[in-house]
Design a protein around this ligand. Structure first.
Ligand code: 5AD
Ligand code: SF4
Length: 500
């Protein structure tokens, strides 16, 4: 019996007389109700109903999308790869302006499709929906959208779908609407929540690896970042719930877990019985069947010696640490509200490298933060050279309305930012290639993830340090850990061959 089978039994056992107050039973009620509606509609059309869940953001967003897909499948939709479907949901991101632009662009396409298929349902959720301006724009210019909700209430997805379905059953202009139902776009955005609803269905993208939320929200308020405003205050899941979920995942065949949080290093601080992230990791390590543990994201200001020790002695925690730098200039770091300076960051890196020598370090860097001078930028270049990252996500600063940085003076001109960005990228690539080159000829363990997209005679997998490797093999290897000799470095990936 898998995780979803157990939940399915509870949904089937749910009584449909009245919606319960308690969660998750309330959602089981609505899932069961929606399931009947979808079944009837499918019988009427003589074909299955298709749904597409599109993830547009970070790992957290991807995990949320798996939860949305879990609910859609449990309700009776068949998931499809095409957006020409009966139900399309976009799980949006808003961390940079171009993420928003992508959504506005895609909505134009969906509108054209919906005009030809009026029964299609369009739903939007995720971080971008937490911005009041976005909701105003949707109401004014995108009336064809059926459902809008935010980051705090995705557990309510089935309940909200029931409202959308209820609208459809009522003829347009009908004078009496059921309580809580108005015609038009269904919008449910919460500003904040302390609720964490457990035990809802999840449809995992991979059978053998899974993300696991350990906390939600962020309390750091880095001055450029919109996340604390759209994801709310930091809330940790109880360790028992996390461990139970991972035990169940292991039973279902998962061998790699990625613990997810905006700032995993401050995990557990707000719990009634506080526990550190390092303690949680030690508990996860004990779970039989789990062979690899990853986590994301670490804030340098909160990375403890205890965590470094646990990583150093662990055989399951992967040799990879994502440690966002954002800027190498202590002056800019202060304006970013990051609570560390250049020297502290470099000292931390030194300490980690000493304790875990084979660790791959990756990072996030923002170029063109307000007031960034050439000297500040050179400080960033200096850190990149000194650390030698295995890879780095480089971003051009994007002004986010409502954040303190948006009000700061001396926004850097576009051409200057572009020039710095290009120079940074070159330096990052140079350092990364050097790090990768050093692995050539070694034999490493690889978790095989999929058949290679371009060449089906190859499979693609990841080393413990997150590096990508392609090597000859077939689909039987997917989900297995195998030893591979790294033969040829291609910059960002390796070609290899099985070593046993
Ligand atoms: N502009 C550019 N990059 C940003 N990030 C967060 N906010 C912004 C912004 N306003 C980057 C940070 C963070 C990553 C997820 O996105 O580098 O670590
Ligand atoms: Fe944003 Fe900073 Fe929180 Fe990361 S730690 S989500 S950059 S506010």
């Amino acid at each position: 019996m898998g995780y979803n089978d157990d939940i399915d039994r509870m949904i089937e056992a749910q009584d449909l007389t009245l919606p319960p107050e308690r969660e998750p039973q309330r959602q089981y009620y609505f899932i069961k109700k929606c399931r009947e509606i979808v079944k009837k509609e499918s019988e009427r059309l003589g074909r299955p109903l298709y749904a597409k869940s599109v993830c547009m953001g970070c790992q957290m967003n991807a995990r949320d999308s798996e939860k949305l897909a879990g609910i859609l499948e449990t309700i009776g939709y068949q998931m499809t790869d095409s957006e020409d479907a009966d139900f399309v949901i976009y799980n949006t991101c808003t961390v940079r302006e171009n993420a928003n632009n992508k959504v506005w662009g895609r909505l134009g396409y969906l509108n054209t499709y919906k005009k030809k298929h009026p029964h299609m349902k369009i739903a939007l959720c995720g971080c971008m929906m937490q911005e009041p301006k976005v909701i105003e724009k949707l109401k004014a210019s995108y009336p064809f959208v059926d459902l809008v909700f935010g980051t705090h209430n995705i557990f309510k997805f089935a309940e909200l779908m029931d409202v959308v379905f209820a609208q459809e059953r009522i003829p347009k202009g009908h004078p009496v609407m059921p309580f809580g139902v108005s015609q038009g776009m269904v919008i449910d955005i919460w500003n904040e929540t302390d609720k964490i609803v457990e035990n809802l269905p999840v449809e995992r993208k991979y059978d053998f690896k899974s993300g696991v939320n350990i906390m939600f929200g962020c309390n750091n308020f880095c001055s450029y970042c919109i996340v604390p405003y759209v994801r709310g205050r930091e809330r940790s899941r109880k360790p028992q719930d996390i461990l139970r979920e991972i035990q169940q995942l292991a039973k279902d065949g998962v061998i790699e877990v990625m613990l997810l949080g905006q700032n995993v290093n401050s995990y557990g601080k707000t719990l009634k019985d506080p526990i550190t992230f390092a303690e949680l990791l030690s508990e996860v390590e004990k779970i039989e069947g789990i062979q690899r543990i990853r986590f994301m994201t670490s804030h340098p200001k909160d990375l403890s010696d205890e965590l470094i020790q646990v990583m150093g002695r662990s055989t399951k925690i992967c040799r990879h640490l994502h440690l966002p730098l954002q800027s190498g200039s202590s002056r800019i770091l202060k304006k970013m509200n990051r609570h560390y300076n250049k020297e502290q960051y470099l000292t931390l890196v030194e300490k980690i490298r000493k304790a875990v020598p084979d660790l791959a370090l990756t990072t996030d860097i923002i170029v063109g933060f307000p007031g960034e001078t050439e000297e500040d930028f050179q400080e960033t270049m200096d850190v990149v050279k000194q650390v030698g990252y295995d890879s780095a996500f480089t971003f051009i600063y994007s002004k986010r309305t409502g954040t303190p940085a948006a009000e700061m003076e001396h926004q850097v001109p576009e051409d200057v930012v572009k020039d710095r960005f290009d120079r940074l990228l070159k330096e990052v690539q140079h350092g990364a290639a050097k790090r990768a080159q050093a692995l050539t000829g070694k034999v490493e363990t690889v978790l095989v993830e999929e058949l290679n997209e371009q060449d089906q005679a190859l499979v693609t997998g990841r080393l413990s340090n997150n590096f990508i490797v392609h090597f000859p093999g077939n689909s039987d290897l997917i989900g297995k850990i195998v030893k591979v000799k790294l033969k040829e470095c291609k910059g960002f990936y390796f070609y290899g061959e099985a070593a046993e």
